[in-house]
Design a protein around this ligand. Structure first.
Ligand code: GTP
Length: 378
């Protein structure tokens, strides 16, 4: 087994995986997988240039090869940042390959020094990406897979830098048939495959999470949709065990004259009102409260540990804030009617909703813009 054969194997492997990703998953701009495709292409191009440098223009092609490999390591960090939703350190990702190119060019008359500079820089780049993956990886398997594969690869590169620095005669250059070179290239091949598998898993996880979000959230307001609210409220009330405490309050809320808003100002204005209502509800309620869009212009709230005074103040704030926000953003005020009940211990969710709906009906008939209750919540 010689180093050039292994290098060609890495090149072909990286090219094929990049192609397979493009064909299988497509090319979606700014996605993590797209950055990984760049990483794979960078590996193929970088090693291609290093092999070509053996035949012609050694200094120029080797320097270009080193820069491309460093850019490929930057693409790995970009991949990780995109999958983890972290800010991308763009400047660093560009500056490091350019600086390495200049340093390699300057150092090249001294081959061991060029090897040290190259291996040290790229190994630190890869360790950076691997650190991002492994820090706080918890139970996320793809992070361990990609992080450990990258770290092993980086550590062997670091070993090369140390050898070239301390024992230049024993480690002349990266194409020498040294056991470290052979081990590194085999491990690099494996780490590219494992990395591709890991990031495909990450891609699948992200798609799964997006589906769960889509299935549980109302797309217009960002609140829980009816099905998800019912299921969470049912659980919160402990339907089976009748665990509702006597300070659990259920509120059904319906925007007033909403049809008129749609008819007179257009459907988009109606949608804006719904979005603002979602924002007001999210802004005014506690994280422990459950709020959902029940349907159309109707919303439902389940509030735990709500005493009458606190609920009265919240109710007033909701009416005032919605009127004020609509006035400020849309130029007209919108109010709502609501019915509120205290959930009885052991009461089924559907029964509490029906009682709150009766109170809502009362509020509409009493002139709208108010909240009604018949069991002392207000
Ligand atoms: N813009 C918009 N309108 C919606 C949406 N969902 C339901 N609606 C409209 O909401 C309106 C509800 O009208 P109604 O049930 O008569 O209620 P209302 O006009 O608010 O009357 P009151 O509740 O009695 O004050 C209908 O015109 C629906 O088309 C939506 O997602 N966007």
């Amino acid at each position: 087994m010689d180093v050039i054969t292994l290098l060609v194997a890495v090149l072909v492997n990286a090219l094929l995986m990049s192609l397979a990703l493009a064909v299988g998953v497509g090319i979606r701009a700014r996605s993590g997988l797209q950055a990984w495709q760049f990483m794979l292409l960078g590996q193929a191009a970088g090693f291609g240039l290093l092999i070509a440098a053996k035949q012609t223009l050694p200094v120029l092609l080797a320097t270009l090869g080193v820069m491309v490999l460093s850019a490929s390591a930057s693409a790995m960090t970009l991949t990780v940042c995109r999958f983890l939703g972290q800010p991308v350190p763009r400047r660093w990702l560009c500056v490091v390959p350019l600086t390495l190119g200049a340093a390699h060019w300057a150092a090249l008359p001294d081959q061991p020094l060029a090897t040290v500079v190259t291996n040290l820089t790229i190994s630190l780049q890869i360790l950076w990406a691997s650190g991002l993956l492994l820090r706080g990886a918890g139970q996320v398997r793809w992070r361990w897979l990609c992080g450990v594969a990258a770290a092993a690869n980086a550590l062997l590169m670091l070993g090369r830098a140390v050898l070239a620095w301390g024992w230049p005669e024993a480690y002349p250059r990266f194409t020498a048939p040294h056991p470290l070179n052979l081990t590194h290239l085999m491990l690099l091949n494996a780490s590219l495959v494992l990395g591709t598998m890991g990031f495909l898993l990450a891609h699948r996880d992200a798609a799964e999470q997006a589906l769960v979000r889509l299935a549980s959230l109302d797309t217009l307001t960002g609140l829980l949709n009816r099905r998800e609210w019912m299921s969470r409220a049912g659980r919160a009330l402990g339907v089976a065990g009748g665990a509702a405490d006597d300070a659990t309050v259920l509120m059904m809320l319906d925007l007033d004259h909403f049809k008129q808003i749609n008819d007179q100002r257009g459907h988009p204005a109606g949608d804006e009102v719904l979005k603002l209502t979602g924002e007001v509800l999210r802004g005014e309620l506690r994280a422990s409260d459950l709020v959902g869009r029940y349907g159309g212009e109707e919303f439902c709230l389940l509030l735990r540990h709500s005493d009458p005074d606190a609920f009265g103040r919240l109710d007033m704030r909701l009416h005032q804030t919605l009127r004020r926000r609509c006035e400020a953003s849309l130029g007209f005020a919108v109010d709502f009617s609501a019915g509120v009940v205290r959930v009885q211990p052991g009461e089924a969710l559907a029964a509490a909703i029906a009682r709150a709906d009766d109170q809502l009906y009362r509020a509409k008939h009493a002139g709208r813009g108010r909240t009604c209750s018949d069991d002392g919540v207000l």
